[in-house]
Design a protein around this ligand. Structure first.
Ligand code: GCW
Length: 699
């Protein structure tokens, strides 16, 4: 199907080139976004000519051509180079370039590494393993798509971390928790008999950016996934994805021995419970020999866990680790907080897990969200990354944008994830270093929408996730450019506008939603739109007022020694940078400090005036995104152009809504006038409070 689509795209693109010769409209053919960054539109100009001249011939080193990675790499190069224009050979046989695939059969850690080595008349893709060969092929195509001459591509790469994993929060009935791109892509109803072509296209897209693991179901897990009924379904997927180097994982419900096992307990120290999990694991491995393992959300937000039996997280995780043995990995989430605990929610995960350092089995990885709260537009990095040296760790980020305007708002997350990955933990390295033996998990933003992610620009977040998990040192700009070239156009004028748009988009969202370190002010349940006034929910930490702590005298959460002292969970050198409200990075000011409304900020303005100016800056940035996109019509096909134009109009409208509702609320608390010249909110506070969104998706 994708092959046919490629052909259709090539014909369309060729027509487009012919048309453009007359009307100078280089982007006339409609596209729906299904092909992602793998469109491989024909190269034009000198690079297109050069590729046609070389018309590479692809071969595999004899005896090594039968592995799954080699076969896929071969097919991928054939089809995609043809799509890029190499199929239309200008060259005679004697002058054609050669691409040689040399793929080994290693099962070791190096199986994903690859080199692209230039040769006299062509190049060689070399890997000790099969997956590495496929990664090498995709890397070559990425380079060529950027206009790099085939003969000058030379790479030597290996992944920075072993697990580069998508977490799907998908339920068996097709609902996706916090998903904004339609229903689940997994058709459990028709599996195992029917394997949708989408499952292959999905694996190919993941492999193209180095993703090697997928958790297929929600961490709020249904025990169904552990039943015999689901085994053949899971097996069908695992078999389909194996050639692409992807291992399948399942979110395991901790109470499964009770829910589906006929036991009256799920106590991790009970021998019957241990045997039950061991037998379950054996049944899974009998069908899926390379099954990845279990992801577990335990004793968090009502999920069952070992604490229900007076046991620790380590007891629970190690019991499952023993059931898997050397065959797989338990990924245990550190996202926990408790209604009964009076302390700052941002402190609770550290308080619970840090004392368990060194107590987890070697095949347990602790999965930690990027910040100590919950995927906010901006948070400081999670203090656990600077702790627990005796524990394997994994970084969890969220591509779905639960708190950043869903798929409606343009917010490119590469800069946010880079901010986390490159944060110095004060413990001898940065966050990326601290997860080097674990990995990176991305809560997937993928759904049944034709364009996969609900908007074209949200594809860039899937892309950036894979690229950063492969190499956390990559710059956001480089990633954005790579993506934009492959997804839209290599035209320098287009790139000079769209790449900065992408890079600035996340800060725009921070500014109009939660400036200066504010957090969790989103509407209850759906997490869409402003609701800083909410203060009546059962659990204190469900209320936005818990986080902003605004009163007549000031605003912000005191996390210094005079408050919750969450700062003390960071290494002293790191905490020092945040301790002085006058000298610190003001992007985190109200995260760590409660300050007076007339506190003097670094701009010389009072806190109140500075806040208003940040809201205005955010709205202006959203307007700029819209204007800039609208200036790019000539570079983008009509379908994708119109879809994004509509979304950016929504974003501007909602940025104004965020600003106005927030300002109206703060004024109701502080009783202060707006700075001179600032526009008053369009409506009174009662209007904003009365808005409701019964149809908001993803809840
Ligand atoms: O952010 C919260 C979400 C929940 C989610 C939870 C988690 C899967 O609102 O929907 O549950 O985080 O990460 O477990």
């Amino acid at each position: 199907m994708m092959r046919e689509r490629c052909l259709v795209n090539r014909i369309a693109a060729t027509c487009c080139l012919l048309v453009s010769a007359f009307w100078l409209t280089p982007a006339a053919s409609a596209e729906d976004g299904y092909d992602l960054w793998l469109r491989h539109a024909p190269l034009t100009g000198e690079s297109g000519q050069a590729l046609r001249d070389l018309a590479p011939v692809i071969t595999s080193v004899s005896g090594q051509s039968n592995g799954p990675g080699a076969k896929l790499a071969y097919a991928e190069l054939q089809r995609s180079l043809a799509s890029l224009g190499a199929g239309e050979a200008n060259a005679g046989e004697a002058t054609r370039a050669s691409i040689v695939l040399q793929c080994g059969h290693s099962n070791g850690a190096d199986r994903e590494a690859f080199r692209i080595v230039p040769e006299q008349r062509g190049l060689r893709i070399v890997s000790p393993g099969q997956a590495g060969c496929l990664y090498g092929a995709f890397a070559l195509l990425r380079e060529i798509s950027q206009g790099k001459p085939l003969m000058s591509v030379a790479l030597d790469e290996h992944p920075a971390m072993p697990l580069r994993m998508l977490n799907h929060w998908d339920d068996p009935d097709g609902h996706v928790e916090r998903g904004y791109a339609g229903r689940s892509i997994f058709d459990w109803w028709h599996l195992p008999e029917l394997l949708d072509q989408r499952m292959i296209d999905y694996a190919r897209a993941n492999a193209s950016i180095g993703i090697n693991a997928v958790v297929v179901n929600n961490v709020n897990a249904s025990p169904l996934f552990l039943t015999d009924r689901y085994l053949p379904k899971l097996k069908r997927l695992a078999d389909a994805w194996r050639p692409y180097g992807i291992r399948l994982f399942v979110s395991a419900r901790f109470s499964a021995p009770r829910d589906i096992g006929g036991l009256d307990t799920a106590d991790p120290l009970d021998p019957h419970v241990r045997n039950w999990w061991k037998a379950r694991a054996d049944s899974i491995y009998a069908e899926i020999p390379d099954f990845g393992g279990f992801l577990v959300k335990a004793n968090s937000e009502g999920q069952p866990g070992p604490q229900d039996y007076g046991r620790t997280h380590a007891d629970g995780a190690n019991m499952l680790a023993a059931a898997l043995g050397g065959r797989g990995t338990v990924i245990w989430r550190a996202f926990v907080y408790s209604a009964e605990d009076e302390t700052d929610r941002a402190k609770q995960a550290y308080a619970e897990f840090e004392p368990l350092d060194g107590k987890f089995a070697p095949n347990v990885i602790l999965q930690i969200k990027n910040g100590p709260l919950d995927f906010q537009p901006r948070e400081p990095f999670h203090p656990l990354f600077g702790a627990m040296p005796g524990t394997r760790k994994m970084l969890e980020v969220q591509a779905t944008k639960e708190y950043l305007g869903f798929a409606s708002h343009l917010a490119i997350l590469g800069p946010m994830w880079t901010e986390a990955l490159q944060a110095d933990t004060g413990a001898g390295g940065n966050v990326a270093d601290s997860v080097a033996s674990g990995g990176m998990a991305g809560v997937a933003n993928i759904g049944s929408d034709r364009n996969w992610t609900g908007s074209i620009f949200d594809q860039a977040n899937w892309y950036a996730f894979g690229r950063l998990a492969w190499d956390p040192a990559l710059g956001s700009e480089e990633i954005a450019r790579e993506w934009a070239v492959q997804t839209f156009s290599v035209d320098p004028q287009f790139l000079s506008i769209v790449v900065p748009m992408m890079l600035e988009s996340r800060q725009a969202v921070v500014d109009y939603m939660t400036p200066m370190g504010l957090a969790h002010l989103m509407g209850t349940d759906h997490h869409y739109g402003p609701a800083p006034w909410v203060c009546d929910l059962e659990r204190p930490e469900w209320n936005p007022c818990y986080y902003h702590r605004a009163d007549k005298s000031g605003i912000g959460f005191d996390r210094t020694a005079t408050g919750s002292n969450a700062l003390s969970q960071y290494a002293p050198a790191i905490a020092k940078a945040w301790i002085d409200p006058h000298a610190m990075d003001e992007d985190y000011l109200l995260w760590f400090h409660h300050v007076a409304w007339d506190f003097e900020t670094q701009s010389g303005r009072t806190l109140w005036h500075e806040l208003v100016s940040r809201y205005d800056r955010g709205v202006a940035a959203a307007e700029k995104l819209r204007e800039e996109w609208n200036s790019l019509e000539q570079f983008v096909d009509p379908e994708r152009f119109a879809a994004e134009r509509a979304l950016l109009a929504i974003q501007v409208k909602e940025a104004i809504w965020w600003r106005d509702a927030s300002i109206a609320y703060w004024q109701s608390i502080n009783g202060l006038d707006l700075p001179a010249g600032a526009r008053p909110p369009a409506h009174d506070l009662a209007y904003y409070k009365a808005l409701s969104f019964p149809e908001a998706p993803g809840q």
